[in-house]
Design a protein around this ligand. Structure first.
Ligand SMILES: [Fe+2]
Length: 230
């Protein structure tokens, strides 16, 4: 059964679908003026997400131009380190505090740029070059609304997003969510990871280990199983 698209999201989608080009400011303003609340997206919460997904991800709307997703974050839920595929712009509206770390690739090396708290009510803007990792290290569960836009007429706005798995030293280009354990069905291609220093590796592994500790290793599918038993 497909859920109804919330009225405020319908309004946002109509606007984004009708524009041939939007700026960072247009996207920011269009979300600000929605005055969105948790009850608007209440049907899309997914705190009971599958253990193979490292956070809850519910797609409200997707087309060749616009993608709107609600994420549900239990304590310890994190994304991979990822970019956003074909999206030109993205915006994350936080209904609760989330940790947001930005990275960049310079001289074929993945470097951490910053680690900030995306506070309740704030909007983080993402562009086509953004690489980040989001998660919830806090005691309170959190929810966020993610909106992505492109006018490149693609199959999937965030399709072929790069997920940097430092454990296997591999970049997985994948469709679907930016999970810590990308399911094989979502992987489009693989390539070698850029270099990274020990500090970046250790903080990634700490998050990965926390994710593994939360679950029964027997239930893990895919490549992380080898890590769990290593
Ligand atoms: Fe992201």
């Amino acid at each position: 059964m497909s859920l109804q698209i919330p009225v405020k999201i319908q309004k946002l989608v109509q606007y984004l679908e009708s524009e041939n080009e939007i700026s960072e400011k247009d996207l920011l303003n269009s979300i600000k003026c929605l005055d969105i609340t948790i009850s608007d997206v209440g049907d899309y919460l997914s705190f009971n997400h599958s253990i193979n997904e490292s956070y809850g991800r519910s797609v409200i709307y997707e087309s060749s131009k616009v993608e709107v997703v609600v994420m549900s974050w239990n304590r310890g839920d994190y994304t991979s380190i990822h970019d956003h595929g074909y999206a030109q712009w993205g915006a994350v509206y936080a209904f609760g505090n989330l940790l947001n770390s930005y990275f960049k690739i310079e001289n074929n090396t993945l470097k951490k740029l910053s680690e900030t708290i995306l506070e309740k009510g704030e909007i983080a803007i993402i562009d086509n070059s953004s690489i980040h990792q989001m998660g919830n290290p806090y005691n309170k569960p959190a929810i966020s609304l993610h909106v992505y836009y492109t006018n490149k007429n693609v199959k999937s706005v965030t399709g072929e997003a790069r997920n940097f798995d430092l454990y296997s030293d591999t970049v997985y280009k994948a469709n679907g969510g930016a999970f810590l354990d990308i399911p094989d069905k979502d992987v489009v291609s693989k390539e070698k990871c850029p270099k990274f220093n020990n500090k970046v590796y250790e903080s990634y592994i700490k998050i990965l280990q926390q994710y593994l500790n939360k679950h029964s290793y027997n239930n893990l599918s895919g490549r992380l199983k080898t890590y769990a038993y290593a």
